[in-house]
Design a protein around this ligand. Structure first.
Ligand code: GTP
Ligand code: MG
Length: 291
């Protein structure tokens, strides 16, 4: 156990180095020995039950002797997870379970909602000995779509009382799901809601069958079904095909970040304020000095 905690300590340190771009972070990333550990992403509206679902499936996976790393991205309270896990005795046991490692990250106002270093941090975790890495994202706007470029299986969590369906279906969130969960199935309307999603998928002609799982996370209902559906998806052709697409998405993001690295956004703003006053200002020729 002592060596395990030493390992976690090393991992925590490595994540901090990468998260804060401390000296050595580039060498650390460039020498990562990546394992093929799948990343499972949970997204959905605030309060849909994402954390409760993660708790529920952790119970099952830990019983299967799996090692799990959790990354919780939370803009408001970075300790939300710990307190949730600590809420109940059984979950408190998890919290001290040596097979479970939890890391909270602040979003730091990154536009998409995910922490700016999430790709790198997830990969640092993938260089350690986990069977699954679970990422819970704050369910606002762009972050849902961002998680699709990170997770090997993206789970969209909905609730029967989820409000404006039309809005949701327009937002692009439905398309990124590899799996739907209708949580809070103890509330009325879960079956009708599942039918609606099925119709939507049919209309969209989504290439492969997307499972819809009903759960009551707070009562441990549907956990086995969910774990089974996740494992089924991860073994599917769709998931295997997704792997190179994920690497491609990652490459694009990393290249973008590198290219923007030397650009001081504040200075750019100041430069624009001056330059735009000239009648001859043209944005296309203006940017040439930045690229
Ligand atoms: N009735 C009912 N309540 C649930 C269920 N699952 C979660 N809840 C409750 O819903 C609330 C939000 O649950 P969380 O798991 O924190 O939801 P979340 O999506 O992680 O929330 P954020 O991270 O804040 O976006 C809590 O009070 C849970 O107890 C469920 O299946 N049924
Ligand atoms: Mg949560």
């Amino acid at each position: 156990l002592d060596t395990l905690f030493a390992t976690y300590k090393k991992l925590a340190r490595a994540i901090t180095i990468v998260e804060n771009e401390l000296p050595g972070n580039i060498a650390l990333l460039e020498t990562l020995q990546l394992k093929p550990t799948p990343i499972i992403g949970f997204t959905g509206s605030p309060g849909a039950g994402k954390s409760s679902l993660v708790n529920m499936i952790c119970t099952i996976l830990l019983e299967q002797q799996k090692k799990i790393g959790i990354i919780a991205v939370d803009p408001t309270s970075p300790f939300n997870y710990g307190s949730l896990l600590g809420d109940r005795l059984r979950l408190a046991t998890h919290f001290n379970n040596p097979n479970l490692y939890i890391r909270s990250l602040a979003t730091r106002g990154s536009l998409g909602g995910l922490c700016e270093k999430i790709l790198e941090i997830a990969d640092v975790m993938r260089s350690y000995d986990f069977d699954y890495i679970i990422v819970e994202t704050v369910g606002v706007g762009q972050s849902e779509v961002e998680i699709a470029g990170l997770a090997h299986a993206t789970i969209v969590v909905l609730t029967p009382d989820g409000g404006d369906d039309v809005q949701l279906m327009k937002s692009g969130i439905m398309e990124i799901a590899n799996l739907f969960v209708i949580n809070k199935a103890d509330r009325p309307g879960a079956d009708g809601y599942a039918k609606k999603i099925e119709m939507f998928l049919h209309e969209k002609d989504m290439q492969y069958h997307t499972d819809i799982i009903k759960t009551i996370a707070t009562e441990n209902v549907g956990g086995q079904d969910l774990v089974f559906a996740i494992q089924k998806f991860l073994n599917s052709a769709a998931s295997i095909n997704k792997k190179n697409w994920l690497l491609y998405e990652k490459a694009i993001k990393l290249i973008q970040k590198q290219r923007m690295k030397n650009i001081d956004r504040r200075a750019l703003m100041a430069d624009i304020e001056t330059a735009a006053q000239l009648p001859s200002f043209n944005i296309y020729s203006f940017i040439n000095k930045y690229i």
